[in-house]
Each structure stands twice: as C-alpha cells, then as structure tokens.
Design a binder for this molecule. Structure first.
Ligand code: NAP
Length: 662
C-alpha cells in the first residue's frame, strides 16, 4: 500500500496552525523527528540535544524514548515549524536527501552498531514499499515448494518465495487464512505486543487504530495481505498436511495431505517450508472425570460461540496470556466466576493497553508521508532490547526470587503496581496469592491496565489458587477438596508449544523420523533446519521465539527470507538438496544452550512452557532479537551439505506437486 496519496498531500496542505500544534502535542517525537528530517533535510530536527536515550526498558518504558522534558518541548516547536513550512510541498521521497535515512537512524538509536542499522533499514521497508511480489521464472526448472500454513509465517514465506521466483503451493487446514488470528475468537482477544512492530515489513499499515489491536483488526490485516498477494489462489484450504516423507536419491519430499473429503493424497515437492505455528494445538490437561461433566467445556482457542455465558457459573482454568484477556472480557456477563490459578502471572504496568492511538498521532500518521514506517521502526527498535537485559542472571545476586539487580527492579515495579491496585480495591488479602514466586521474564508477562485486578475483585469472582483435583458431572473439585458447581468450564491451559511440526509425521533421510531425531528435545540450526531433513525449513522452529523482546512476525519474516534465499541458491547452483551439517547444528545448539543457561527462563527452579519435556529450554531464543536477523541474513554455505541432482530426477508436475500413486 503506497504511503502517499493525493488525498494525503491535499489534507496536509490544508492543515491549520492549530491542527498542527495540537497534533505535535500527541506525537511520538523520536519517530516524527526522523520522518520529517528524511522528508526535508532540515538538520535542526536531529540536533544532538533532541536525541532519545537508549531504549533499555526495565519498567514500563520512558515516554518519548527518555528525552528530557526541555528537549520534548523544543522538539515540538521544531516539528511544528517544519510541518508549517513544508506542508504544501512535501518532497515525499526518502531518496531526496542522500544519506538522510542512515543519519535519521543514527539519531533515533544513539548510533547503534552497523549490524543493527542494516537491520533497521530493512525493517523500515522503504525499498519494499511499492515493490510487487511477482514471481520471476526459474530457468526452465520445475522446482516447487510446499508451504504449510497461512498465518504470518505462511504469508511471509509465500511473499519471499514469489520474490525469489520459486513456485509454491500453500496448504491450510482451516477454511481461511490467518493462523492463530483465525483460530482465536475468544472475547477480549487482542495483541499484547505493540502492533506497529507486530506487522510485516513488506505490508506496513500506517493507521492501526490501537497499539494493541483487537483480534479482528489483525485478522483483517492478514486477510488483506493475502488478497493483495493473491495468496488464496495458490492455497488449498481445509487441506491438512499429515505426513512428510523424504525420498533419498530423488531428493524430494512426498507430502501427504488430508483433503476436505477426508481422503488422503500424496504429492511430490522439492522442498517444504513449515509455517504451521507452535501455539495452535490446544492443550487440555487430562483432568480425571472431565468427560462426565454435564456442562459446556471448551478451550480458549476453540471458543464455543453457542455457549451463552449470561448469568452462568463459569470457571476459567489457567492464568496465562489467554485467560488474562478472557476473564476481564466475560466478568460482567457471567453469574459467578471461578478463576483457577496454578501460578500467578507477572503483570507489566501498561496503562494505555486498551487505548486508541491518540487523535493527534493518527492525524500525523495519515498526513506525513512515511511517518507510519518510522513509528513502526521506533517500536521495533525499542522492542529489540526491550526487557531482555532484565532476563540475564547475575551469579553474584543473592535473592530467593529475582536473578539480578535489574530483574529485582522490574519485580518491584510490578509488585508496586499490583499492591496499589489491590489496596485501592480494599483487597490486599489477595496480595500473597497474586504475587508470583518466580523471576519476572521467566514466563510471559501480561500487559496490565488494571482490568485483571478489577475482574478478580468483583463480588461474584473467586480466585481459586490451587490445582484442579477432578471433575464431577456438575462441577470441579479442587486440590483442597472444595467442590465448585459449574455450568461452563473454559480451558485457558495453553498449547503443545514445544511439539514443533507435530502432528505432521515427518521422515527424513534413511527413514529416520523427526520424533526419533529429536528424542523429545526439539533442536534446529538457526531454529530452522535439522540435519537429515534436507530442504525442510521450520519457521519459528525450536529456540527461535524471542520471549521478552522482538515480535513473532519479525522472527517469521527472517526465517521466510532465509529459506527463500537458501532455495534460490540451491536452484541457481543446480543442486537438488541442501541440509545443514551435523557440526553446524551441534555448534549452534551448544551456543543456544549456553546462553539460555544465563537467562531467567533457563534456571532449573522456574517452571515455564519455554522448556520441553526433558527440561531443556526449547522455545526461547536467548540472544538479543536483532541477532536473529544477523544469523539469518546470509546463507553460510559451509554450514550445508549439498546433494547433486540425480540424473533421472522425476520432476514434480507443472501446476502442483505431482501425485504419487499410493
Ligand atoms: P499459557 O501461557 O501456557 O497459560 C496456560 C495456563 O494454564 C497457565 O496459567 C498454566 O499454569 C495453566 N495450566 C496449565 N495446565 C494446568 C493444569 N493442569 N492445572 C491448572 N492450570 C494449568 O497459555 P495461553 O494463555 O494460551 O498463552 C500461550 C501463549 O500464546 C502466550 O504466552 C503467547 O505467546 C500466546 N498468546 C498471545 C496472545 C496475544 O498476543 N494477544 C494472547 C494469548 C496467547 P502454569 O503457569 O502453572 O503452567
């Protein structure tokens, strides 16, 4: 979507002095100054005195990137003056002032390292702004890829494969695109990472209505990208990939899918990009007697919209990210609410969590060319480090819960916030129960604007802080033997997060299954590839989730770019397959494990779903977020083994993968 339209230019030209003055009062200044500088070349905008400080966050984050109050006032005056002067004649091209983009980035980031600046230039996406994703032909070579999934990852994979000129077919088990943003329709479902940064570089949206947008907004975003990329035309909906089998010699994958009719069908592809996600297989604990419960019961990700909660006795089991959004959304409707908490969550004060983007900001986003990109970039940059430094263990720090001085500061900030809210509601009795016993950052933190405490302190809400013992036909009995009579039970109990690619049965070279290769402990080189499984890329695979910083779309986009680049290289060099070497894999996993051992979530005393079945951290990426781009921004060919094309390779058929007789 282009950044500048005639309407936008005209709207700005008509802007009054008062409108401009009001807008800059609500502007995110570091981003506005950078955007205006690149449009006008006016050096006063990036004066040394106006620089934001580095974006290391411990608490909720400093307003205006930590600019001093005097600098904030001065920046507003300068920005307003520049807007007045240029409003009728935007140059509107970021190329107008050579070198200005790099200078603006240095200003915003206090001269971050060159690695980061290169990444930020990519994230700014100016090059991609008007670049259509058009496939260029692969020189007379039938080479086809199966992409699994149409969430952020599948969309990014399709975009990058198209750009690389590689034909591909997308398989989607649902009836629509969107992945988790299609599946999750529970009340209150919304983002809990800032929206501008939670978006794709090549499909930026300048007017998100909120910084933590609601589910429909994100789903509509993905749907509109799918339309503009013509993704639906190459997608087979309601077609679930159930098995992947590598055929050695031919160096191809046999992809078995379950058709909408239920029938299974196997086709041949040269490569597979798995973008099936790992937070989409609902996990419902095996509570005894659950099948005998006479009321309604369902998982948060499979919301039963026929269940009328009005006046009902409802239980929500779990207090993770999903429950944290569901409970405040339904509390006003239900007759009685029981919230079953096994572990209290840490809540990060975010007073603006449900707020709209301020009108002045929206006014600017809609009028100043490319401002949305700079605003997104600002959020991306702030989230790159985020609270990451508070997750690092200081071996000299001695405390029963926190793991470093910074971590303790974060803990105190969150604790003060919780205490103040409970005190205000006269419910300090809940403080011990609601205080987590683990270091903040070891598990996902919740965005808090007060609605959680408000919901839990309603007269008809009970916080049940013990385990579930078993179900009975008319309710649940807790571990203290207390019976809770219920009409509806909602399981907000999470997902099989560490079962990557599961339940797709996957066999690589020598008929070895991925399950055997991993032996309950998923690992991957760059979180993407596994030796013995050539031409298979798992986007956001093992150890590639940034858990306190960055965003999932960023990680998925890095993986999508990397796999398209690797496959393009393969085709261009006439190889049939590539697979990472055992050495590269072992070395990468060793470095990941070493680094995870220094992080809060890697400590043996803390239970977290970032760990797999045998206790190793399998989900978390332990390096700063920008490192993932550094690691994936080029293909280190020495880390791969390439296999030549067989003389009589059975090429996949033209339009889709070729069908295999079963
Ligand atoms: P989750 O964070 O894994 O939370 C599951 C909850 O269920 C936890 O409170 C867990 O307790 C509890 N639980 C699990 N087994 C239990 C048992 N046997 N008895 C009692 N309680 C049990 O799952 P989630 O809330 O669905 O979130 C998963 C992830 O999805 C998030 O971390 C996030 O990455 C993503 N998500 C994102 C958003 C968003 O951006 N808006 C929203 C929702 C989810 P313990 O803590 O003791 O294990």
């Amino acid at each position: 979507m282009p950044d500048t339209s005639l309407d936008q230019v005209l709207a700005m030209a008509d802007a009054t002095h008062e409108e401009i003055a009001a807008a800059v009062q609500q502007a995110e200044l570091p981003a506005l100054l950078a955007a205006l500088y690149v449009l006008t070349g006016d050096e006063t905008l990036i004066d040394e005195a106006l620089r934001p400080s580095t974006p290391v966050l411990v608490g909720p984050g400093a307003p205006q990137g930590g600019m001093a109050p005097a600098a904030v006032d001065q920046a507003r005056v300068i920005a307003a003056r520049v807007l007045e002067r240029h409003k009728a004649c935007w140059l509107a091209s970021p190329a107008a002032f050579p070198g200005s983009v790099r200078k603006a980035l240095q200003f915003m980031t206090c001269d971050a390292g060159s690695d980061i600046l290169a990444l930020l230039e990519r994230e700014l996406g100016l090059g991609a702004a008007e670049e259509p994703a058009v496939a260029r032909a692969v020189a007379n070579e039938p080479f086809r890829v199966a992409v699994i999934g149409t969430g952020f990852g599948g969309i990014a994979a399709s975009y990058n494969l198209s750009k690389a000129g590689i034909e591909h077919t997308v398989f989607e088990k649902n009836a629509e695109v969107g992945g988790v943003w299609w599946n999750n329709t529970y009340p209150g479902c919304r983002l809990d990472t800032p929206n501008y940064a939670y978006s794709l570089t090549f499909a930026q949206k300048k007017d998100w209505p909120q910084q933590f947008s609601q589910r429909d907004e994100i789903f509509n975003y993905l749907s509109s990208i799918a339309t503009s990329l013509q993704l639906r035309q190459r997608t087979r909906f309601q077609t679930e990939v159930v098995a992947l089998r590598f055929q050695e010699g031919a160096e191809v994958w046999h992809v078995t899918t379950r058709q909408p009719s239920g029938e299974e069908r196997t086709e041949v592809f040269n490569a597979v990009v798995g973008a099936a996600g790992h937070l989409n297989r609902p996990r419902i604990p095996d509570f005894p007697g659950r099948e005998r419960f006479r009321g309604r019961q369902f998982h948060s990700a499979e919301w039963d919209h026929h269940a009328d909660l009005k006046g009902q006795r409802v239980a929500v089991i779990g207090t993770g990210a999903s429950a944290f959004q569901i409970v405040p959304a339904i509390v006003g409707e239900v007759g009685e609410l029981k919230v079953f908490q096994r572990t209290a969550p840490w809540m990060l004060p975010t007073p603006t969590y449900h707020d709209d983007i301020k009108p002045g900001m929206m006014w600017l986003l809609r009028r100043v060319p490319y401002f949305g990109r700079w605003y997104r970039l600002w959020h991306f940059w702030v989230s790159d480090e985020g609270r990451f430094s508070a997750s690092e263990v200081d071996p000299a720090w001695k405390h029963p819960v926190s793991i470093s001085e910074k971590n303790e500061r974060l803990r105190q900030t969150c604790l003060d916030n919780l205490r103040a809210q409970l005190a205000q509601r006269g419910r300090l009795d809940l403080l011990p129960t609601m205080t987590p016993g683990y270091a903040p950052t070891a598990k996902r933190q919740m965005r808090d604007n007060g609605v959680w405490v408000a919901a839990l302190t309603q007269p008809h809400t009970t916080l049940v802080s013990c385990a579930v013992s078993h179900f009975e036909p008319d309710g649940v009995v807790d571990a203290n033997g207390r019976k809770h009579e219920l009409d509806v039970v909602i399981f907000a109990t999470g997902f099989y997060a560490s079962d990557y690619l599961d339940p797709i049965k996957t066999w690589g070279r020598g008929g070895v299954s991925l399950t055997q290769a991993w032996a309950g402990d998923p690992r991957a080189y760059l979180g993407l590839t596994v030796p013995g499984f050539p031409n298979l890329f798992i986007l956001n695979g093992p150890n590639s989730s940034t858990v306190v910083n960055g965003s999932a779309p960023y990680i998925l986009e890095c993986g999508a770019e990397y796999s398209a680049r690797a496959l393009r290289y393969l085709v261009d060099h006439g190889h049939a397959s590539l697979e990472c070497t055992e050495d590269a894999y072992q070395d990468y996993v060793r470095r990941v494990d070493q680094e995870n051992a220094r992080r809060s979530w890697g400590q043996p005393q803390f239970a977290t779903w970032y760990k797999g079945k045998n206790g190793r951290v399998v989900v978390a990426f332990p390096f700063p977020a920008h490192q993932y781009w550094v690691q994936t921004s080029r293909l280190v060919t020495e880390h791969y083994r390439f296999t030549a094309k067989p003389a009589t390779a059975a090429a996949p058929a033209r339009e889709t993968g070729s069908l295999v007789a079963s």
